[in-house]
Design a protein around this ligand. Sequence first.
Ligand code: ZN
Length: 466
Amino acid sequence: MSHAASSMSPDQASSPTPDQATLWIRQPLAVSDPDAAGGIVIRGDRIVEAVAAGASPTVAIDRTFDASRHVLMPGLVNTHHHFYQTLTRAYSPALNKELFPWLTTLYDVWANLTEDQLALASELAMVELLMSGCTTVADHHYVFSGALESAIDVQVDTARRLKVRAALTRGSMSVGRDDGGLPPQSVVQDETTILDESARLIDAYHQRGEGAMVTLALAPCSPFSVSRELMQESARLAEEKDVRLHTHLAETEDETAYCQKLFGMRPLDYLEATGWLSNRTWLAHGIHFNDDEVTRLGRAGTGIAHCPSSNMVLGSGMCRTLELEAAGCPVGLAVDGSASADHSNLAEEMRQAMLLGRLRYSPSQVTHQHVIRWATEGSAGCLGRSDIGGLKPGQQADIALFKLDEARFSGAENPLAALLLCGAHRADRVMVAGDWRVVDGQPQDVDLDALLARHDQAARALRSAL
Ligand code: ZN
């Protein structure tokens, strides 16, 4: 039993089954949704009531969690990552480079990745995200050397074991250096293998509807790292299987020039020509769009995964978040891969999004509340979901509770704003689908010290394999 305050109501005598017992997250210090100022009531894997300020729940309460020292938020939703890159953080040969030279330096290291290393990298990234208050993790895995044929199966196993919600994608690369592409030939696959594997994974793992814990999407690494046929066939398969589409787009000006040279058109025109400009798609970065492209993206309802830290580290540019949102795009947040970010901390990413947004727009346009919406509701929209990312009755019981008991918060007057302004980086408690996955800042069912030791060893082995 945790240290959570457990005061039983008189209704305890009715002894509800554990999955029907109600839990009131009672009177939080602050909450991101004003409708839930008195907390929320959870039954099973769902929120059943949002309690008004100073009020008591209308449903009978079996247990309470005293949240008077906690800031309550929906669990954060990450929309783009490359878990394997946690093994190549702050890697000297790739430091201080822009995207294309950064990529070509790292591809040679990533080409030696093994399944065991990927399993450790995925576990580490998921745990790191959970500890930052993230309840839904996304990954874009596109490196499939011979040793990594089961990469997505491995990630599904890890997510299930950690009981974290996961939006996994079957990435792909089919144009290697022999054909003028950036990646080494050993990590590209032929189109038939990619499509057959994509169909197998969707059939095996993709869950549909409310409360889905594992979803699959199709995700060519970028439009220029796969053939035109594979872009088109991926869109066709996604439609047939009713799954989402994901890729990197408009990250750098180099990419725009590359697409002009390769296809004779800008990245978004190519995306549209291959059947991808739709509300089934969410794009990582989405920086270099002109006004007409912003309008077209908004009309299509295409989602944008904004990755501020990665964009700053690689000097890629600033996403036009507010224009995209005004045009009709869901805008979410993402930490991106840990070789460019180099953290997997979504709470910290909110702070970066707020600071970068204010630099581009103004403090009154990019408020802390606005950024929290990106990291929750906006991110959920990118993943095509309305059952997560909020604290409304009927939504999934995915929540994050932050305490302001560190030196960095001392003296703060507005607890919600303090999370972003003072730099929250670690949640005290995190619940996924009604299940506490972080308690007192510690991930559950994980030996964190042992994981860090094994992960560090794997990173050393990967670097020395070069
Ligand atoms: Zn990425």
